[in-house]
Design a binder for this molecule. Structure first.
Ligand code: APR
Length: 240
């Protein structure tokens, strides 16, 4: 590990599972409780905005009651002590990476929410994203322009994820790509390991079980993130 300077980490719902936040595709997961086409597409929002807003109001309230777990805290420790480049690309819309201490006080954040965040509201009239901790069902006015045109700042199926250019640029500079707690079911995130491989970047999977893209990884460790991630971070920091 001695020659590793630049690390790109992809996280998914599995890293927040032990904090009590449902994953999407595991048994009893969100997409068993709700149909994607009813709550997570622009078409669903156009068809039944109340159903969609109520769903995200419920999620936004729920994540604010959850606490970080040792996996989030270990990545925050890595973030604090790693003097190489580090980018944590999360598919998660919770704020547990930040609450664990990642990226505090840095000009350019080292946590990138490629699928958006529950704790912002996005105004479709003035295109401004505002911090938001309460509900949207009552169509509150946009703090910026006053229009009642707020929607969840979450990337729905069929919409383009955020900051893709920055992610690919970081992969091009990476010496290691690590994937934590994701099933590899959703592109473009599921394709990052192939991109890394094509660039000759070593790849590591930390997941409860083999993901759909497991075969692409040079190394895979399976078990709960709360055990695997602190152990891996200790290895990296002790080799630094
Ligand atoms: N520790 C480590 N991994 C875990 C744990 C745990 N405690 N619990 C579950 N996992 C793993 C599961 O084995 C599974 O591979 O986390 C993964 C969760 O997969 P998904 O539920 O599919 O979540 P994710 O991969 O993040 O979904 C990707 O799909 O629905 C969309 O936009 C949504 O960002 C999301 C994207």
């Amino acid at each position: 590990m001695t020659d590793i300077r630049n690390i790109v980490i992809l996280t998914g719902a599995g890293i927040s599972a032990e904090s009590g936040i449902d994953t999407f595709r595991d048994a009893g997961g969100l997409w068993e409780q709700h149909k994607v086409e009813d709550v997570a597409t622009p078409e669903a929002f156009a068809r039944d905005p109340d159903l969609v807003l109520r769903f995200y109001d419920m999620r936004r309230e729920a994540i604010q009651t959850k606490q970080t777990n040792p996996a989030h805290e270990a990545l925050a420790r890595l973030d604090e002590h790693w003097d190489g480049d580090l980018l944590i690309v999360t598919q998660n819309v919770d704020d547990l990476h930040e609450r664990a201490g990642s990226q505090i006080g840095l000009e350019e954040t080292r946590v990138l929410h490629m699928h958006g965040t529950h704790l912002n509201a996005w105004c479709t009239a003035c295109d401004v994203r505002s911090p938001w901790r309460t509900t949207l069902i009552d169509r509150p006015a946009c703090p910026e322009c006053g229009e009642r045109a707020l929607r969840p700042d979450v990337v729905w199926f069929g919409e383009m994820p955020y900051e893709m250019e920055r992610i690919y640029a970081a992969l091009r500079e990476a010496d290691l790509f690590v994937s934590i707690g994701t099933s590899g079911a959703v592109y473009p995130a599921a394709g990052f390991v192939q991109e890394a491989k094509a660039l000759g970047v070593p790849t590591l999977e930390l997941n409860l079980e083999p993901s759909q893209g497991s075969a692409w990884f040079d190394e895979a460790r399976h078990g709960p993130a709360s055990a695997l991630v602190p152990q891996w971070v200790d290895e990296v920091l002790s080799s630094d």
